[in-house]
Design a protein around this ligand. Structure first.
Ligand code: HEC
Ligand code: HEC
Length: 444
């Protein structure tokens, strides 16, 4: 009941006001991350499917015959959103020497921009765009090298962990020295409307609440382009985006090179002349209606319901998960506030297993790159709902921000910093107890 104390609300009072729309679903096949809420009307479903089409759309170079989906680049990483969020789920880290696939590399130089965010590299900007349209050289290639090391668990079992290091090659615009980099794989994109509907005051209350084991937690405070002020951050792996609409506009520009009302300038730096001269696909390339449809789609993707809840081993794993301190960050229950646009998202009791707060996760996971209030050691607690379907939906995709963990156990053993005490307790468990935690996580 940690979550309830945190938000200062009583469930018994809330039950009566909970909305009737069902924000979970029981589909457990490869489409389990792509289901709408039940109870959407025909018009809403139409909008949902238009947004889905845009999320799956392969954008093309301008000028083209279909002006509604052209404007790719001039510099970009992939031609579609789904390329890095396959089946709306986790991306995959590349193997030794392979191309980045669903990974991207954030870039910056020390210091802050005018809004307090990371300071882009003067020539390469804030993300390595590996590809360019004809006539515009891609920025370069990132190669991942993996180093392995063994970790001993309390009962003598060994876990092999692997850590990536990045090598930059074929840099087309000169040297990229003393740059801060952060490699990340695409994360699951369902359930995000519900996370958007959690009141900022709830986030602040969770951050302020005393927690066990030296766990703290910080609300990131980031820039809203739409409202021209600072707000609580929620999206992105360091919670550097205040809302879903801005997150989408940022992804469209940064990953595909598609401009929108919220990100109207092409992502060419002054040193990238050919980029600035390349034809564009309209101003903006993604119109307001399309941005709205994408937003509606992502906001109404339901979370998979839990499975096998009543099995004794699942119940045991759930108790252990709480007893060893995992729920200090992975909160099993939150209640959404009033969503400004979409009533179906309001006053819902949800089980996301996140607090959306930033936590110091130790040196092993640190990227050393600050992002608004997030330090180089902090990450936002990821939601764990739907986790158990991940292997079915995206076989072989990893866990953690850069996909380094090949199993749930590896992900847990990587925990450090504020999670060090919980991690030590996990490492000290016997094999059957660790197994119960795995089975519980797979029931999510
Ligand atoms: C090159 C790979 C790539 C492409 C293409 C891509 N994404 Fe992402 N996406 C990511 C990564 C990596 C993150 C984590 C971002 C971060 O923390 O900086 C992310 C994060 C997100 C999030 C936030 C998830 C969360 O839990 O906070 C949303 C929403 C999202 N992307 C939507 C989109 C949309 C919409 C598109 C298409 C316009 C898109 N993405 C294209 C890699 C990609
Ligand atoms: C101090 C807060 C905190 C505690 C305590 C904590 N976690 Fe986490 N957990 C995180 C953060 C932050 C990440 C993401 C780290 C990263 O991506 O580098 C994470 C990632 C994970 C992931 C990977 C999820 C994914 O989608 O990649 C799993 C699984 C997980 N935690 C399980 C656990 C378990 C089991 C425990 C208890 C032993 C635990 N966590 C305790 C904050 C915490």
């Amino acid at each position: 009941m940690i979550a309830l104390r945190a938000v200062g609300l009583s469930i018994s009072l809330l039950v009566s006001v909970l909305a009737s729309a069902d924000v979970t679903h029981t589909v457990a096949n490869r489409e389990a991350y792509a289901q709408p809420f039940t109870g959407l009307d025909d018009g809403q479903l139409e909008r949902f499917f238009r947004g889905r089409g845009l999320f799956r759309q392969a954008w093309v170079v301008a000028p083209s015959r279909d002006e509604t989906v052209d404007g790719l680049g001039p510099l970009y990483n992939r031609v579609s959103c789904i390329a890095c969020h396959p089946k709306n789920g986790r991306g995959q880290a590349p193997g030794q020497g392979e191309a980045l696939r669903s990974m991207l590399l954030r870039l910056s130089v020390p210091g802050q921009d005018a809004q307090g965010g990371p300071k882009p590299h003067p020539v390469y900007g804030d993300q390595l765009n590996e590809l360019g349209v004809p006539g515009v050289p891609g920025e370069g290639r990132a190669h991942v090298h993996w180093q392995e090391h063994a970790v001993r668990l309390g009962d003598g079992a060994t876990v092999m962990l692997r850590k990536p290091s990045i090598e930059l090659r074929e840099l087309a615009y000169g040297p990229l020295d003393e740059v801060l980099t952060s490699a990340r794989v695409g994360s699951p994109v369902f359930g995000l409307g519900l996370l958007e509907a959690i009141d900022a005051s709830t986030l602040q209350a969770m951050a302020a609440e005393p927690k066990p084991d030296g766990v703290t937690g910080r609300v990131n405070t980031v820039w809203s382009v739409e409202r021209q002020g600072t707000e609580a951050g929620r999206f992105g792996l360091k919670a550097n985006q205040p809302d879903l609409r801005q997150q989408i506009a940022h992804a469209m520009l940064g990953d595909l090179g598609i401009t929108s009302t919220l990100a109207p300038e092409q992502n060419c730096t002054p040193a990238q002349q050919a980029c600035a001269r390349a034809p564009h696909g309209g101003e903006p390339e993604l119109d307001a209606l399309q941005l709205g449809d994408l937003y509606f789609y992502l906001a109404h993707l339901a979370a998979p319901a839990r499975r096998q809840r009543a099995e004794p081993v699942v119940i045991k794993g759930e108790q252990l998960f709480s007893a060893i301190g995992c729920t200090a960050c992975h909160r099993p229950e939150l209640v959404t506030g009033k969503h400004p646009l979409y009533p179906a998202l309001s006053q819902q009791r949800i089980a996301p297993y996140t607090d959306l707060l930033l936590h110091d996760m130790g040196a092993g996971l640190a990227d050393g790159r600050e992002d608004f209030l997030a330090s180089g050691r902090q990450w936002r607690t990821p939601a764990l709902w739907g986790l158990g379907l991940s292997e079915r939906i995206n076989p072989g995709s990893g866990f953690l921000h850069d996909g380094r963990a090949r199993s749930l156990q590896e992900a847990i053993v990587w925990h450090g910093g504020e999670a060090q005490i919980a991690r030590q307790r996990y490492v000290g468990l016997g094999v059957q107890e660790r197994e119960a935690i795995r089975v519980f996580l797979e029931s999510l």
